[in-house]
Design a binder for this molecule. Sequence first.
Ligand SMILES: CC(C)(COP(=O)(O)OP(=O)(O)OC[C@H]1O[C@@H](n2cnc3c(N)ncnc32)[C@H](O)[C@@H]1OP(=O)(O)O)[C@@H](O)C(=O)NCCC(=O)NCCS
Length: 213
Amino acid sequence: MIIPTLREGDIAVRPIRLRDARALERELLDNRGWLRPWEATNPYGPMSFDVRGSIRALQANARQGFGLPFVVEVDGELAGQLNVSNIGYGSLSSATIGYWVSERFAGRGATPTAVALATDHCFFGVGLHRMEICIRPENAPSLRVVEKLGFRYEGLRRRYIHINGAWRDHFGFGLTVEEVPQGVLRRWLDGAVPAGTGAVPAADRAAAVTPGA
Ligand SMILES: CC(C)(COP(=O)(O)OP(=O)(O)OC[C@H]1O[C@@H](n2cnc3c(N)ncnc32)[C@H](O)[C@@H]1OP(=O)(O)O)[C@@H](O)C(=O)NCCC(=O)NCCS
């Protein structure tokens, strides 16, 4: 599957390349404390820190049509990653989005822009029907990202993903193409995101297990 470069203003998503390894490794190392609380971990053993190996694995997965591995760029500088993964076709036609940006790029709207660009490509380029984002209840900045774009709250998933060393509860958010005929990016830029779509009901916020609990 061809992975395009997509832009809006000074934000771009483009396919990850092996030659990103050095810059990516530097960002990952410089941002350990920033990323660790939200990073997927291996429930069955230690994590490897092999950036070239991870890029190769992402590319192999993409060649099979199961993922779209992007890097996020701000003003042409590598700012983070956005991965479309778990692409299912046919009657499901759905995929999952994960993302991070380095701390020095936070708060500039890079992630919502990148998510909007990637989602619109998945809907209108790849032909997928639904996109999903799962977020830890404690991750307020990430919850803002789905709220800004109007991903719809779908529910609490108990001990759903192994993050930072333990199975963590997640809030699931979804969006189907019928909800955004004009595209996610256009809807957001036009200020047309319906209020409250990404709001998590108080009962689910109270029910989610907090770290250390
Ligand atoms: C979550 C994350 C991807 C958001 O990316 P971003 O590009 O900063 O997104 P935005 O610019 O839209 O900012 C989102 C919210 O982050 C918060 N924020 C802004 N600047 C921040 C900073 N310097 N530090 C911490 N949070 C900040 C604000 O609440 C902001 O919401 P607002 O615009 O309504 O004020 C980013 O914080 C990150 O990479 N965090 C670490 C990894 C992670 O959590 N990944 C997601 C796992 S689901």
